[in-house]
Every structure is written in C-alpha cells, then in structure tokens.
Ligand binder design. Structure first.
Ligand SMILES: *Cc1c(COP(=O)(O)O)cnc(C)c1O
Length: 493
C-alpha cells in the first residue's frame, strides 16, 4: 500500500516513509491509496481475539513493509502491562443500547496513549527499514493530552528527541504537572503565550521552515511530528473501533452485521476520522456523531458546509477540544471529493481568510455519514452527574460532551441505533470540573483534588496521577509564538 498527499503531489511513498515524514512536503497530509477490505467473516474472526491481536490484524494490511509477525510484536509491546486494564480498551455498557469505550487505561490516562504507545515503535522500526542515519526530533503542539502521551512514548527512545509546546492558559493543572515533571534525557517542554491554535500554527510554521531544516540537518537531526497529522498516529486508532464493535457483538448489543453508531468528542478530528476509516474498511458502523464543546466550528461545518474559524476562541472545561482549526478534516475532505485541487484551494482559503465553503454536493455526502452537535460546560457538568447517579459510571468532561450530544441526537432524530460513546480521558485528569459537576467543593489545585474525588465516588485514581502531587517541575520556560523556532534550535543544540 502506498500513501500520497491530500494536496496532490504525484509522489507515492511507503508507510514507513509517510510515518517518518509526518507532514507531506507540499503541506498536505498522507492518506492511503486504498482501504483493506474486512468482510463480515473477517470481523467475526476478530471477536474471540484479545486487543493486541485484533489491533495487529487491523493494522497489518496498511504496513506492507512490515511482516505480520513484526506488527504483532509491536502491538504486543505497545498494549501490555503499561495499561491498567487487561482488556486495554474495555467497553462499559450502561444500558441495552449504549456503551462507553474507555480509551484511557494507558500510562497518561487519555486516549492519546492508544496511538502514542505505538507511534514511537512504528517510527523506530521505519527509520531502521529506510536506513535513516539522522536522529529524529519530534515536535508536538498539544491541547493537553497529546503532549504528555508523546513524552511518555518517546522518553529515552534512542535516536529521538521530543519537544512539546502547550498553551500556557489552556491546559488543566493535572495536565500541566504531568508534562513539566516528565523524566527522560531527550525531552523538552515549553509553554506558549496564546491558545492551542497559536501553538499548532507555530509548530506548522517550524515544519515548513527550510532554513531551519537545513541547519538542523547539518547537526544530524530532522524534524517530524507526533500530532495526528502523522499517519502513524491515526492508524492505531482504527483498531479500537473494530475492537468496540467486536465487544458489542460479544455482549449482544448488536448481531454481527448490524449497525452501531459512534459518538466521538472531537477536536482535531483524528479520532472520529479513524472511525470513519474503519467503516470504509467494512466495519458495520452506522452514523458518526461529532461532538464539540463551545468551540463548535465543526458542528456548524457539518450542518452547513461552511467552515468558519473567525469566531471567539473559548476556554472550556474540556480543554483538549478547544480547537478552531481541525487538521484532520483535510483527510476526510479529500476522500469525500477525490479532488486534491479542491482541498488545496479550501486550505489556502482557510489560511488566508479564515473560512471556506465546500458547497452542496460535498455537504450532502458529509451529512450522509456524520451528524454533529455541541454543548456548553454547564450541560457537560449535568451529564457527568446524570451518568454517575444513573449508572455509577464516572466520566470526564470530554466524554460528557459526547454523552450529552448523543442523548440530544437520539431525542431529535429518533435514531435508536445502538451507540458507543468514545470515552477519551480519565475523570481524574479533570478532578476540579468533575467534582464541581457532582456538587462538591473543588477549590484547590487539580492535583490536590484526586483524593477528594476518590473519597466522594469510591473509585480510585490511576497510579501515575496519584504520584504527581509534590513532584517538582523540571520545565518552566514560557515563550511567545515567534520565539518557538529559537526554542527548537536551542533544544536540538
Ligand atoms: C485529543 C482529545 C480529544 C480530541 O480528539 P481529536 O482526535 O483531536 O478529535 C478529545 N478528548 C480528549 C480527552 C483528548 O485528549
């Protein structure tokens, strides 16, 4: 299987090359030139397997240069004792129609681990296959969870360095403490004055800086990305949609072949896009419901076909979804239109004017498979309380947005198809908001509230979060967006 850029360069590259590069040279994103087909009997064969084996079967056809045995070994290493649930990605069913796919049992307590425990292994193996001798410096812009998951995945991986930029005022206390206390000799963490879009735009600018690339190459380094623009981030995420479907079949929520909807709390559109790709491969998924917080640019886009980022950026209690420029939408638009000219045109328009309109035909196709909804912080808080008091299931603020939007979708559309809410973070990452939602006192820094949330709910905090309190920060720098380039130069040294 080969990969090419959404913006139409004629060049076709291998999976290893796409993973090494991250972003295509023309600024586009790599997409596979076909989708491996899974017939119903192939999916039936996944049902009795464990998560590792399911993931290996789903991923292997995308990685021709890797043998099936090699992919199995990578999956076994990525999804093991580093997760605190033996099922890796368990589905918790709350009624005969609804389940929560818990993707936060990895080392950093957010769903980013599903991809970022895998990406460093894929990348290291890819570098070996291509006999690349330079070291790779990973740059990450994070809205909170990617940064920590990438640090944890790449810490002390030979031949790599990793630098993470986070928006100074845009992450939770626990998220910041997780990052600035990261151990490892090859890691760097830096705050940026501004919001996530400022950090992400800054990183994209550094990637397209030819002079900097040359300078780093002279010192033996090249830059790559661990954001979900990298194909190696997206691919591992396809697997858990298959796995959740298998679990729904196992418990009898659907019979093999029947449709299952997915409601996904969305920011950069990576998670939900991976689900849509699973559907293209033959998974009997029904509709994908795209859930947003008050930064509801995607809700408007799916409902109207107009993507308009010219609006106020809101800080919410679900900070990992505080995003106005959803990078991965570009991949979906490519598949919906098959036209790299259109995609390049829209992306140019977004960069230059802040808006684009995909027009009637494309929006009809989009609405054929996606629905969208949003809710504000108060509604998400009500949902945390409702799901806790109704089902004894404790969810975080991001998951709550999706859960609420699913309820609203069902009420308005009358669509009673069984559905999975994709649960993306441990509630313990957002203790203050979760405690407040339950009507409890939340007036202390987030990491001091872990014990209070444990006492109130009788659940326990993930061990890596519980050990955060009292740890000394290693990284305190904060720079303006214009100074990010300099920070990278200094870091690579
Ligand atoms: C990153 C993140 C999201 C958004 O996922 P995308 O793939 O960017 O759409 C949602 N919830 C949590 C907890 C996250 O960390």
């Amino acid at each position: 299987m080969k990969y090419f850029s959404t913006r139409g360069s004629a060049e076709r590259v291998s999976a290893a090359e796409a993973i090494i590069r991250g972003l295509a040279p023309d600024g586009g994103l790599y997409v596979p030139d076909s989708f491996p087909e899974f017939a119903l009997e192939d999916i039936a064969a996944l049902v009795p397997l464990d998560y590792r084996a399911r993931a290996a079967r789903v991923m292997a056809p995308y990685l021709d240069e890797f043998g099936a045995d090699e992919v199995e070994a990578l999956c076994a290493a990525a999804y093991g004792a580093n997760f605190d649930a033996p099922e890796i990605a368990p589905v918790r069913f709350t009624d005969e129609n609804t389940g929560y796919l818990e993707l936060w049992h990895g080392p950093t307590s957010a769903f980013k681990d599903m991809a970022l425990q895998m990406l460093p292994r894929l990348l290291t193996a890819s570098l070996k296959k291509r006999a690349v001798e330079k070291g790779v410096c990973i740059l990450v812009a994070t809205s909170g969870d990617t940064g920590k998951a990438a640090l944890e995945g790449f810490a002390d991986v030979p031949g790599t360095r990793i630098m993470v930029f986070y928006p100074r005022d845009g992450v939770s206390d626990v998220q910041r403490l997780q990052m600035v206390t990261q151990s490892g000799g090859n890691v760097g963490v830096c705050a940026v004055e501004g919001n996530f879009d400022d950090a992400q735009t800054g990183v994209k600018r550094i990637f397209s800086d030819a002079a900097l690339a040359e300078e780093l190459a002279a010192r033996g380094w090249f830059l790559s990305s661990a954001n979900s623009i990298n194909w190696g981030r997206l691919l591992p995420q396809i697997a858990y949609y298959f796995s959740a479907y298998c679990d729904a079949v196992s418990v009898g929520i659907v019979k093999l072949g029947e449709k299952l909807n997915f409601c996904v709390p969305t920011g950069n559109f990576g998670n939900i896009l991976a689900g849509w790709m699973a559907k293209r491969m033959g998974l009997p998924a029904g509709r994908f419901i795209c859930a947003s917080n008050a930064n509801n640019v995607l809700t408007d886009f799916i409902n109207t076909g107009v993507y308009d980022r010219r609006r106020e950026f809101r800080l919410t209690t679900s900070p990992s979804m505080d995003i106005l420029v959803s990078s991965n939408l570009e991949r979906l638009l490519y598949y919906l239109t098959g036209s790299s000219e259109s995609v390049a045109h829209w992306m140019r328009s977004l960069a230059e004017t802040g808006v684009y309109d995909v027009g009637g035909e494309t929006v009809r196709r989009l609405q054929g498979e996606f629905s969208a909804g949003c809710c504000d912080d108060a509604e998400a808080a009500e949902e945390i309380e409702r799901v806790w008091s109704g089902f004894g299931c404790l969810i975080d603020t991001h998951t709550a947005v999706a859960s609420r939007v699913l309820g609203e979708y069902r009420r308005v559309s009358g669509d009673a198809t069984p559905a999975i809410v994709v649960s993306t973070a441990s509630p313990y990452k957002f203790c203050d908001s979760v405690l407040a939602a339950l009507g409890e006192d939340a007036s202390a820094p987030g990491f001091e509230l872990l014990g209070r949330l444990e006492a109130v709910t009788g659940t326990s905090a993930p061990a890596p979060l519980a050990s955060l309190a009292g740890r000394e920060p290693r990284f305190t720098a904060c720079v303006a967006p214009e100074a990010m380039r300099r920070a990278v130069e200094d870091f690579v040294g």
